[in-house]
Structure formats: C-alpha cells, structure tokens
Design a protein. Structure first.
Length: 255
C-alpha cells in the first residue's frame, strides 16, 4: 500500500454545489435554508486530519479535503488551500456561529448568504442588518419572524416586494398574516394595510377565523369585497368557510 490516498472524505461543499450550484443564497422565502445549513454544520468523519489531505494524489480532491477539515476543526487558515475559499469561510462561520468570518467572504451575494445562514442557525436577527441586498434582507427578517412566531420582525421589512402577476413573494403584510395564522392572533390583522390579494387584512381575518373556528371575526371584515361579485363577498366567504370547518349550518343564515 502506497502513502497516497485515492479517495477523499465526502465534501460537504461539493454536495452543496452539486445540488444548488450556488444559485440559492439561502435568503428567498422558498430557499431550503435548513438543508443548506445542515450541509454546512461540522461534518462528523471518522478521520479528518491535515495529513490525510496532504496524501491525496488528486489536487482537486486534496482541496476539497481541506474544506472538510476546516469545517470540522474550525481552522480557517486551511480555507486558503481549498477549491473555494469563500465557501469555506461560510461553512466555518456558520459552524462556529462567528459573524466576523463572514467579512472574509469576497463576493457580496455569498457574504449575504453567510449572514442569513447565521441568522437561521443562531436565531439572532441582528445579522439581518448586515445583508446588503434589500430583498434578501427583507426575506431574512421574514424567515426569522416565521421561525420565531414574532411579528416584531415584520416591521423591520422595507416592504418593496408585493405581488407580481398574481405571484406573492414576500411582503410585510404576508409576514403579519402568516404569523397571525400561526399564533391564532387576530389582532395582528390590524397591522395589515393591503386590501387586495391573498394577504389582505380581510383574508387575514378569514384565515384566523377558520383556524380558531371563531365566526365572530367575520364581522371585522370591513371592505366591500370584489366589485364584480356581491359587495359582502369576503364576509360571506368567511362565514362559509367557518361553517364548513365547524359543521355549523346556522352560520349559513348570515350569508
């Protein structure tokens, strides 16, 4: 047996790169941040040591190996020997929960990924402030708010993303509606300013009314609904859905 090793330990960064191609920066609402973060947690390997990497014959595998060792040991000096220095810093920063290491990342969008990843790992929303892209920063606050069920983070959003062709991405209103539903707190619907779309204040009351089986919330619906339909459309929708949820046919009398 020679001193060279033909196979390297499984590379967490390679797994991440193959699956996501770095096109997802762990910031949009639909990004699978939990999967990304689990990739960047320290890899438990039976033997991950510097000398193992040095013995690898293939230069590419050797540089991958250094990433695994850096993430395993927290030794950031090894990042300069890797195939992806920025990716190495991100992995170690999240593993050590050390935001100062994000500053070593040179590409701005990946630096944003680093801070956002720290937020999801530490539940500390203060790191969102360091995300430079406005939409990504809003998404950072949105994700923290949803994770913690804390509407105070919704107010920190700049609310530049609303609706586009019927597709709702993220918005301050959506943040409040989702948390109102999650916490069954109808008072949060009062914070919703929009009167149209899937995340209007009327829809907020409807969703919470159905979730809590409280038809009384239907009375809080104040607008005239869809002009094409009956002026009490939202209110009727509310009573109808609560009636179906509770199997209370008496509510149909209010329609």
């Amino acid at each position: 047996m020679t001193g060279e090793v033909d196979e390297s330990p499984i590379s967490a960064l390679e797994t991440f790169n193959d699956k996501y191609s770095y096109s997802i920066d762990c910031l949009p609402v639909n990004a699978p941040c939990d999967q990304i973060l689990s990739t960047f947690k320290f890899i438990e390997l039976e033997k991950v040591e510097k000398d193992v990497c040095e013995k690898l014959a293939d230069d590419y595998k050797k540089k991958q190996c250094y990433i695994d060792v850096a993430m395993k040991t927290g030794d950031i000096s090894l990042c300069k020997k890797t195939i992806d220095e920025d990716g190495c810093y991100i992995g170690v920063a999240i593993g050590l929960k050390d935001s100062s290491l994000c500053e070593k990342v040179t590409e701005s969008y990946r630096k944003n990924m680093c801070y956002s990843g720290l937020v999801m790992e530490t539940k500390n929303s203060s790191h969102c402030e360091k995300v430079t892209n406005i939409e990504s920063r809003d998404a950072c606050y949105f994700n923290v708010a949803q994770e913690a069920g804390d509407s105070s983070h919704c107010e920190k959003m700049t609310d530049i993303v609303q609706e586009d062709g019927g597709h709702v991405d993220i918005s301050k209103d959506k943040c409040y509606v989702e948390i109102a539903l999650k916490t069954k707190d109808s008072s949060l619907c009062e914070q919703v300013t929009g009167d149209k779309g899937l995340f209007s204040y009327n829809v907020c009351y409807i969703k919470v009314a159905v979730e809590t089986e409280d038809a009384g919330l239907c009375e809080k619906i104040t607008d005239t609904g869809d002009k094409i339909l009956d002026k009490e459309w939202h209110k009727n929708w509310c009573y109808s859905d609560v009636a179906l949820k509770t199997k209370d046919s008496g509510l149909c009398e209010k329609i």
